[in-house]
Design a protein around this ligand. Sequence first.
Ligand code: NAG
Ligand code: NAG
Ligand code: NAG
Ligand code: NAG
Ligand code: CU
Length: 678
Amino acid sequence: MAQLQSTILIFASIFVISSSNFIQPPHPFDPLTETELKLIRNVINKTYPVGPKHKFTFQYVGLNEPDKSLVLLWHSSPHHNVKPPPRQAFIIAREKGRTREIVVDFSSRSIVSDKIHLGNGNPMLTNDEQEAATALVRRFKPFRESIKKRGLKLSEVVVTSSTMGWFGETKTDRLIKTIPFYLNGSVNPYLRPIEGMTIIVSLEKKKVTEFKDRFMAPLPKANGTEYRISKLKPPFGPVLRNAVVLQPHGPGFKIDGHIVRWANWEFHMSFDVRAGLIISLASIFDMDMKKYRQVLYKGHLSEMFVPYMDPSADWYFITYLNCGEFGCGQSAVSLEPYTDCPAGAVFMDGIFAGQNGTPTKISNVMCIFEKFAGDIMWRHTEAEVPGLEITEVRPDVSLVVRMVTTVGNYDYIIDYEFKPCGSIKMEVGLTGVLEVKPVEYVHTSEIKEEDIHGTIVADNTVGVNHDHFVTFRLDLDIDGTDNSFVRNELVTKRSPKSVNTPRKSYWTTKRKTARTEAEARVRLGLRAEELVVVNPNQRTRHGNDVGYRLFPGPASGPLLTQDDYPQIRGAFTNYNVWITPYNKSEVWTSGLYADRSQGDDTLAVWSQRNREIENKDIVMWYTVGFHHVPCQEDFPTMPTLSSGFELRPANFFEQNPVLKTKPFKLTTTPKCTPKTDS
Ligand SMILES: *[C@@H]1O[C@H](CO)[C@@H](O)[C@H](O)[C@H]1NC(C)=O
Ligand SMILES: *[C@@H]1O[C@H](CO)[C@@H](O)[C@H](O)[C@H]1NC(C)=O
Ligand SMILES: *[C@@H]1O[C@H](CO)[C@@H](O)[C@H](O)[C@H]1NC(C)=O
Ligand SMILES: *[C@@H]1O[C@H](CO)[C@@H](O)[C@H](O)[C@H]1NC(C)=O
Ligand SMILES: [Cu+2]
């Protein structure tokens, strides 16, 4: 039966490939299609036999970053009448215990590059190998005995996989730790960890290589862990009213393949198994210049670093690099219409290669919608003109592109919000379930140790302290590729003696262009300064450098010591903002190989080269940080906590770009009268 199925698959793929001659060539940034993924598998099978009997596994398959100059040439040519860059895939695979980096070219249908990775760190874990590992543990006799010894039923045990981190080991085989949880009728396993066991599985040997049952700990009660509305008991509340935004003329955005056009914006959106949602070639229409102007060549998640703050045996290694270890795209979820994204949202699927190279689909993994949040775009009331009272108001609308990635217990909502005024807001929302540990206490007065490393959030349950550092890679191209990073410091000055004034002081700006990477490392919150990416080759009519300013969100930096292993791997959080010269190999801030990495391929290391960044193609790295001291409201699920930052035009336009936006017409819907409360 399996044989028959695979024959049909190959036949189907050949059919689709040959018919692809008739369809429009893909946009250079389009995600790999199902057809392309099948072709990759067939091409690789010629050199390395793939299939269930063989050990070749696909750990990462994505678009091989096309040459930037070729993309820009293609993009700027009228009607795209120049050849697009060669379309290629980049594959990280495991073959005979080695990690291979393979480039497959689609037009020649061949492998054009094949290298063995010799450095530190391991590729992303696949879903399949994590499932196989946890299944192994369930069958492992000593584990079953330990479960029995605790008086627990195996059928109620959930085994999850955790990465090992790196703690100075020289040998960093592809091992994972598994953590068991106990359901006992609950559906919230993360709140019921079974502590005291160390279970290490070798992903290569496919067996449990270490097992220790160190101690037995009580389990937190399942009481209060339910979150399904169908199972919760009344009273319910607070009561919320439904609301629907009516768009009698349909949505204001258009989607053409993966290109989105809305108001004055145009951009491309894509999906990658490691990064998740990718925005590229975002440009904004300038009414004065009558043309689209470049803003963001490419922007996406580069990493999420989540270290926990309990150094004990059950917890010390929990120092996740979510995107590099588990894949922020691989962990992304299907979005629910009307709840994850509002009415009117349009959804897009995400396709990636599973471990054996066959296409896997996450349907509705991204959504696009217009947000009518009741905000004011701009307004003014003028009462000082004799005989006139003027009020001009423009209501605001924005366009949101969203993804949710659920890495184990946590759900991360990633939003890119485009505004007609030219601003782009990146927002990270944290929700989901805490990682907790069992304790014997139900009240703070019972605590015996000096530090329980968190907060008692329920009976016998401590929510453990931790951080979330979410790093974005933003290849800004403000009106062209050659840009500079300007730090405009606000400095206090004494009033000069020569001026007759009762004022003793004022502030003014002291502008400094960062010449090298070192001069562009920023710890937020220490100085009053404006951070601006400018195009020093483009000026406004009044002589100001054309630019986009960074409006940072609340700043948090790392609190671990610099010699601590997780911090060496997470050293890209040492500054909130970094600037590097564009380099197509420098995409993943935690390194290309994040699992068990040793911190030798991070942004912090690249930046040490201290390259010149003035009037060059530069990339901005921004980290949204949260120090999370759990509180009782985070139990059993956590109301979304959001943070982010904004990129906003600064002397990019000649004047307010939304001055002449007409307020939208009100549509009356007479049949739709509100019900009165009874
Ligand atoms: C790989 O190629 C061999 C022939 O060389 C073929 O028998 C096999 O079915 C192919 N495997 C897959 C998964 O396409
Ligand atoms: C499992 O649930 C039952 C029934 O609610 C309860 O009596 C028992 O103590 C629970 N076991 C554990 C280990 O929590
Ligand atoms: C479980 O929680 C409910 C309310 O949260 C409380 O009324 C009840 O006493 C709790 N039961 C136990 C066994 O702790
Ligand atoms: C680009 O980055 C890679 C990886 O950090 C590095 O090996 C290479 O030297 C860089 N190229 C340039 C031109 O800096
Ligand atoms: Cu948290």
